[in-house]
Each structure stands twice: as C-alpha cells, then as structure tokens.
Design a protein around this ligand. Structure first.
Ligand code: PBG
Length: 323
C-alpha cells in the first residue's frame, strides 16, 4: 500500500516512543494524604485502604521521614480528634491533633510542604461538614468555624490550607482571616469542584466522618453537572484560592480538562479513596495488575490537565517510576 502517513512509525521502539511521549509523571506531582490520631506508637492499617495507616505523632514522623527520603514533596493531613461535639470545636484547638501534627512535622522536617484539610465532618458528632440548625446547614455560621480551623493550622505552621467543606464563601472568609492575622504567606488549595460522590466510602471509614443523618447533597455538587463545576472553580479563584481542585479525579477527567482549558491556575485532582480501593481489591483478587493500572490512571489524570495529584499511591508511584 502506498500509505503516506503511518502513525505506527512513531511506535516502533521504546526509544522513539519515549521521544514523542506527551505526558510524564514526576515524583513532584504527588501529594500523600496521611491520617493522624492521638496516642502513641500507633500504626494501624486502614482496612478499606490497604497500605494506608492511622498514625500517632511518633509514627507520623517516621512515615514522613520515609516520604521525604524517597522524594515526596508534600503531604495533606487529616485528623481524628479526641472528641466530637455539635460545632466541631476539636477542629480548631491549639493542641488539636492536626495542629500538633503540623508542629511536629515543621519542627523535624521543615523542608516538607505541609497541607491541612480544613473541614468539620471528622469533628462534629453529626458528621456534617457544617453547623446544623434544625437539621439544616448554617452556611454563614459554618464559615466562622472554618476560618478558625484554618487560622489554627496556619498558626501551627501549615504551608497551605485546603478547605473541603463546599460551603459558599469559605475561600473569601478564610483568606480574609489569614491575612488579618498576618498569615498572608499561607496559601489556599480549594476543593472547588467537589462532587457528592460515592467514591468517598473508604475514606469515611478511615476518618470516621460519615454523616449520621442525611447526606451531603446540599453542599457537595451534583455528579451530573459540569457547568456548575466551572462556576465553582471560578468563584474560588475570585475569592482568592491559589490552587483549585477537582474531586474525585477518575470519573471527572472531563472537568479537569475543561478547568485546565479555561483557567490559568494550578489544578489539583484528588484521586479519592474509592478509586484506590477498587483497584486494590481487584489486584488482591489477581484480576488486574495494581502497578500498571495505578500508573495508567495517574497518567490519565495528568494528561487531562492536573498539575498536582493527591493520591494514596503517592509513595508507591514514586518507587514504581524509579524502577
Ligand atoms: C472531608 C473530606 C472527605 C474527603 C476528603 N476530605 C470526605 C467527604 O467529603 O465525605 C474524601 C477523600 C477520599 O475519599 O479519599 N470533607
């Protein structure tokens, strides 16, 4: 055949394939989520998220040192507090679990970039991300609490705060609160397009944060909407977010891609617990190859346009990329 164009020419060897490869994963792409708990010498595997652990502060330090040694640049912290109450007050205590974790990390590993998840759901007895009044979320009352949480994290030395609550106006309120207190250097990564997804199930086991009654559909986004995601992303940029996030990642690659085309801002994608769990479970059964599938998935998230990938595979991915 007299074919002028033969795309297979550029696939004929690994050398030429690597020359024309468009997307490369790097160890600097990944943020590793860590779950911190009170107590000592605790390193308990989370059953729904194999190879991820509940860590007491002493173990957190060991784990963080290991991450630094393999080249991970950043972690995001989730706390399991000592107590829960109606307004989530354990989320903003100076000696709260996340605040102590941040101080410990910044003291011993000052080079590690520490991000904190800012939310109330692990800290409220009803498990919602906001304050309730007669069963309804009080948006503006919630903002006051969230900004206290963010401020307490900044005071502990967090480099970046990441509000995951999906209340209206929280980025503006947190930015204003941080700036007034002299923390203009602390950046904000907004969980901007956070969907009301069923992929968070394993995380809620890990963080003990499932809502007791009702669900999160009055604040997290309808899974069917894309235009709305662009509005949410835009609002968070206007309110002062430094980085905008799409969450989950794999089922929302279209949103990542549209966000990348539309906004001139760093985009983070959160590859959530359910995305991790399905691959882990299938791999355990021998039905898929964990390494190959996980790397393919992470590559697709980056190819879609994400600059930062928050993933439970962060450390594994770094090791795999070096093999
Ligand atoms: C807290 C929060 C959640 C996740 C991150 N921050 C859970 C939720 O909204 O229910 C999910 C992370 C994951 O599933 O890996 N608001």
């Amino acid at each position: 055949m007299n074919l002028k164009r033969r795309p297979r020419r550029l696939r004929s060897s690994e050398n030429i394939r690597s020359l024309v490869r468009e997307t490369h994963l790097n160890k600097s792409d990944f943020v590793k989520p860590l779950f911190v708990v009170n107590g000592e010498n605790i390193r308990e595997e989370i059953s729904s998220m194999p190879e991820n652990y509940h860590l007491s502060l002493d173990q957190l330090l060991i784990e963080a040192q290991r991450l630094v040694d393999i080249g991970i640049k950043a972690v995001i912290l989730f706390g399991l507090p000592k107590y829960k109450d109606a307004e989530g007050s354990s989320a903003w205590q100076e000696d709260g679990i996340v605040q102590r974790a941040v101080r410990t990390l910044k003291k011993k590993l000052p080079g590690l970039f520490v991000i904190t998840d800012v939310c109330l759901c692990q800290y409220t007895e009803h498990g919602h991300c906001g304050i309730l009044a007669e069963g309804k979320i009080e948006n503006d009352q919630t903002l006051k609490r969230l900004s206290k949480v963010a401020l307490s994290h900044a005071e502990a030395g967090a480099d970046m705060v990441a509000p995951s609550d999906m209340m209206d106006g929280r980025i503006a309120k947190i930015r204003e609160t941080l700036d007034k207190a002299g923390h203009g250097d602390v950046s904000i990564m907004a969980y901007s397009a956070k969907y009301h997804s069923s992929f968070y199930g394993p995380f809620r086991d890990a963080a003990h944060s499932a809502p007791g009654q009702g669900d999160r559909s009055s604040y997290q986004m309808d899974i069917a909407n894309a235009e709305e995601a662009l509005r949410e992303l835009e609002l968070d940029i206007e309110e002062g977010a430094d980085i905008i996030m799409v969450k989950p990642a794999l089922s929302y690659l279209d949103i990542i891609s549209r966000a990348d085309q539309k906004f001139n801002y760093p985009i983070a994608a959160y590859s959530v617990s359910g995305e991790y769990a399905i691959i882990k479970a299938a791999a355990e059964k021998g039905w898929i190859n964990e390494k190959a599938v996980a790397l393919e998935m992470l590559c697709s998230i980056k190819r879609a346009g994400a600059d930062i990938i928050i993933t439970y595979w962060a450390d594994k991915a770094v090791e795999w990329l070096e093999e």
